[in-house]
Design a protein. Structure first.
Length: 133
């Protein structure tokens, strides 16, 4: 009886480990970027990226994910004065590290862009060449 119990416990342990391993692999990609978005961007652009009308733009179909990828990195770091309402600005995110910006850009591209992956060197190069407003 003791051998059977041991075999059952070993089998259950292996089964639980397998379930845990599968769950770990199925996690959402770019979790760090998503968290950065929720803390720094989600209050204005909303969790679904649709924003608040003219005040905070819808980013889900933004050209920052296609033809202005370098500009997106600069926009995140340095912000921008609002074009619709002069009192509304895109705040600068000077506290975000290069790694944080890279994580955020990858989350944005995965969620609303073309799914392309930004590399840390791309972020460093873009930040070195930003034109500040």
């Amino acid at each position: 009886m003791s051998n059977n119990l041991t075999i059952i416990l070993v089998f259950c342990s292996i089964l639980l480990y397998g379930i845990f391993a599968l769950y770990s692999c199925a996690q959402e990609p770019f979790v760090q970027g998503k968290r950065i978005y929720e803390v720094n961007c989600g209050n204005c652009h909303m969790s679904d990226g649709h924003g608040l009308g003219d005040m905070y733009p819808d980013i889900t179909k933004s050209d920052y994910f296609t033809s202005k990828k370098t500009d997106l990195i600069c926009l995140i770091r340095h912000g921008k004065k609002g074009s619709v309402m002069e009192s509304v600005i895109m705040p600068a995110n000077k506290e975000l590290t290069e790694v944080g910006i890279n994580n955020l850009v990858n989350y944005l591209n995965y969620t609303w862009g073309d799914g392309s992956i930004s590399k840390l060197d791309d972020v460093k190069t873009a930040l070195a060449n930003c034109q500040k407003d």
